[in-house]
Design a protein around this ligand. Sequence first.
Ligand SMILES: [Zn+2]
Length: 140
Amino acid sequence: MKVNKWQRALQKNRPASLKSLKKYCKEAWAELVKERDGYKCVLCGSTAYINAHHIITTKCVLTRYEVDCGITLCSGCHNFRITSAHVSPWILYEWLRTNRPKQYRWFLKHREAVRDEQPKLLTDDYKRILANLLKKQRSN
Ligand SMILES: [Zn+2]
């Protein structure tokens, strides 16, 4: 767990670069998603090579760091198989509709946000996002 590294980046006397803040936000987000899903692929149950997959493209800044935007998948279910989330996303959407109705409703509500004008996030935005993700981690 890299929590300490993420917390240090938020300390005022340690200016963190935009690049590292962006990386830490991604890591903290992925950790929360995997923790929620019990560190296993939700589709096949594998615990090997698991990734947090964005159900709405990462191009959408507005949803990129929402835990509801993530789902834990193994590399096969994520990228490599014909049925994987990147090749055949509707299979994952159907799984969500059946197994995670609340998250599926979140997806339906937010999937159009990718068409909205995306804000350009600055250092302070990433610090706020990282602080929120860390707060969620502590409350779990
Ligand atoms: Zn899998």
